[in-house]
Design a protein around this ligand. Structure first.
Ligand code: FES
Ligand SMILES: [Fe+2]
Length: 406
């Protein structure tokens, strides 16, 4: 997939056009089936952070319903993170039991044991031993019966996998310009993570697209963030299927400052948690404007990051959204806030306050998604007309269409 950069709306429109997008793409079960193989079966997908499995032997199991599998992300004795399908090469049981969408654990003695008949795998993949091996009528070549590998690579501490037998591109080439644009940000210092997630009765793109534009803020977030009515959504750029844009909020928005805003002040005043524009990659907020809120890239196909560096939300280094299809009209949404570790009770209270503020905003965001899905399924609309602030939606859909057309 080409990753050439297009900077500014004019250049983007020249590349992907300005026409309406298909409403059917958001509802059709047939299109969803194609997306499972052509998009989720071939693109690089972010499945975790290295801090989630910090020590040798640690593992995380991430369910990937869209591909009818689950990935074991395992840190071997050598410290390398690898990915495997959670399926035993003996009779196909899950090697490790899954307790939910994500399961965490540690391999004792760096070995993972299938609980059905006790085959034992090294946490780096190979089969170590199988009980009563002498009773197999044919010689069992241990090299052929290791855990089934999934292509795995890491960008800036984010663990990505690719479910294709042979990925078309390396992760570095796949991310291309977006990877370079957002490299060098202190993701790894923001180890205090707070997660919200829910299953929504809507197509995954309806959820993704609701978080890909600033057009809705003035209306949907009028109650929570009245001052954001004056926000400026700008600096649009695309890198092939990936895109990015920035939000600034010049002073002057309507409405009172909520009394609870003082909770955040302790973080804004802190050297650790406060606004640290110097942490931003040099290509982000190049003028180091103080009214910068965040720049948010859409990593094709289903990840949105928001690089804040302490701007916007008190204490927030960055936050992320990810959208996992569970069916044509069912989506697991995961929203995670990332902070540096609080060191005092007042910092912890302030972070709790930021989380509550953000939860309220996300409740407002998610409130539209099931309604949109239900209404679009009426079939009344054939096409959707997008404005400039919705150009990242246009870019994502353009490249999903391109994946399906191959
Ligand atoms: S299915 Fe795993 S050991 Fe038999
Ligand atoms: Fe929103």
């Amino acid at each position: 997939m080409q990753q050439e950069a297009a900077i500014g709306l004019e250049a983007i429109y020249q590349r992907i056009g300005t026409g309406p997008v298909s409403a059917e793409a958001l509802t059709s079960p047939e299109i969803y089936e194609q997306e499972r193989t052509q998009v989720f079966g071939r693109m690089w997908l972010k499945v975790g952070r290295v801090e989630e499995i910090p020590a040798a032997g640690d593992y995380k199991i991430k369910r990937l319903d869209v591909a009818n599998t689950a990935a074991i992300l395992s840190r071997g004795k050598d410290g390398v993170v690898r990915a495997f399908h959670n399926i035993c090469p003996h009779r196909g049981n899950k090697i490790l039991p899954e307790t939910g969408n994500e399961t965490f654990g540690r391999a004792r003695g760096h070995s993972l044991t299938c609980r059905f008949h006790g085959w034992v795998f090294d946490s780096s993949g190979p089969l170590r031993m199988l009980p009563r091996e002498d009773r197999f009528p044919e010689k069992m070549d241990h090299n052929c019966f290791g855990m089934r590998a999934i292509h795995c690579d890491i960008w800036e501490g984010f663990i990505f996998i690719n479910l294709a037998d042979t990925p078309e591109q390396s992760l570095a080439d796949y991310l291309g310009g977006i990877g370079r644009h957002f490299a060098g940000f202190p993701y790894g210092e923001a180890t205090y993570a707070r997660r919200y997630s829910t299953v929504l009765d809507c197509n995954w793109k309806i959820a993704l697209y609701a978080f890909s534009e600033g057009y809705h803020v003035e209306t949907i977030h009028a109650a929570t963030f009245p001052k954001l009515a004056v926000l400026v959504h700008t600096e649009f750029k695309t890198f092939g299927p990936h895109s990015s844009s920035a939000i600034y909020v010049p002073p002057g928005g309507a409405g009172p400052t909520p009394a609870t805003a003082k909770f955040g002040e302790v973080l804004f005043r802190s050297e650790t948690h406060g606004r640290r524009l110097q942490d931003l990659p040099p290509t982000v907020n190049t003028e180091r404007r103080n009214d910068f809120q965040f720049e948010f890239p859409v990593f094709f196909p289903n990840l949105v990051l928001h690089a804040c560096a302490g701007s916007g939300y008190p204490g927030m280094v960055y936050f992320s959204h990810q959208f996992w299809p569970l069916g044509p009209d069912k989506t697991l949404w995961e929203g995670t806030n990332f902070y540096r570790q609080p060191t005092t009770p007042s910092e912890l209270v302030a972070i709790n306050h930021t989380d509550a503020l953000h939860r309220n905003a996300w409740l407002e965001d998610t409130s539209t998604m099931e309604d949109t899905d239900a209404a679009l399924r009426s079939g009344v609309l054939d096409q959707l007309y997008l404005m400039d602030d919705e150009v990242m939606i246009r870019n994502t859909q353009f490249h999903i269409d391109a994946c399906l057309a191959r």
